[in-house]
Design a protein around this ligand. Structure first.
Ligand SMILES: N[C@@H](CCC(=O)N[C@@H](CS)C(=O)NCC(=O)O)C(=O)O
Length: 221
């Protein structure tokens, strides 16, 4: 069975969305980010970069396979199952292009505009078919408020987000180990949640409710 090293954070949720979509059996191993457990020597032996997600597949091509970096994990699982990534041809590279754009550049604020323009032309992020590129973007769009952004400013992105939210596997995957609005049951998680909620109500976020020009002027641009 696959083992996913995870916590309540956007990059690991890309993988739980895939695993739920593909109905692959897996177990979750929680690595408590707010307590810094991802920097423990034990976890660094799994991912020397000390970040989540990581995946262990005991049935890899040539024996057990350890993976980290969410884009590599999504590509591996897509190739293992033959789902959500065309095996060859231009549409494969469309998916990889939008996948790598996400893993290389999220969560920069300007990406919402780029995605919105793309989704004005395509039903899904990489074209006509639902793919691992959609799974990579979805959990980050969930966190839009942390960047002071609203879906109402990006109608095509909103249409896509609502479409994905109707998929039962996306809803399940995005709630494992818990939804993005929560930080988990540990003491450190509860402290983090209180801090985040205070910050979301604070002036840095209120600023973005202003029209773009006024917000920029306020920032001194
Ligand atoms: N490029 C990596 C980024 C992984 C990453 O930064 N994960 C976050 C959780 S969403 C993390 O582990 N953060 C802990 C830290 O940066 O110390 C990927 O796509 O997997």
């Amino acid at each position: 069975m696959l083992t996913l090293f995870t916590h309540g954070a956007p990059n690991p949720r890309k993988i739980t969305i895939f695993l739920e979509e593909a109905a692959l059996p897996y177990e979750c191993r929680l690595v408590e980010l707010y307590e810094g457990k991802h920097r423990d020597p034990q976890f660094l032996r799994v991912n020397p970069n000390g970040r989540l997600p990581a995946l262990l597949d005991p049935d890899g091509v040539d024996g057990p396979q350890v993976l980290w970096e969410s884009g590599a994990i999504l590509q591996y699982l897509a190739e293992k199952t033959g789902q959500f990534l065309p095996r060859s041809g231009p549409r494969r590279y469309d998916v990889l292009k939008w996948l790598y754009f996400q893993v290389a550049h999220a969560p920069y604020l300007g990406n919402a505009q780029v995605l919105n323009d793309q989704l004005a032309q395509c039903e899904y992020v990489a074209g006509t078919d639902y793919s691992i590129a959609d799974m990579a973007w979805y959990p980050w769009i969930e966190y839009r408020e942390w960047q002071g952004q609203r879906l109402s400013d990006f109608p095509h992105l909103r249409r896509w987000f609502e479409l994905l939210s109707t998929r039962p596997a996306v809803r399940r995957g995005a709630s494992i180990p818990w939804p993005y609005t929560e930080c988990g049951p540990s003491e450190a998680g509860r402290r983090a949640q209180a801090l985040i909620e205070r910050r979301l109500k604070g002036p840095a976020f209120a600023l973005t409710a202003l029209p773009q020009d006024a917000a920029m002027a306020n920032l001194g641009f």
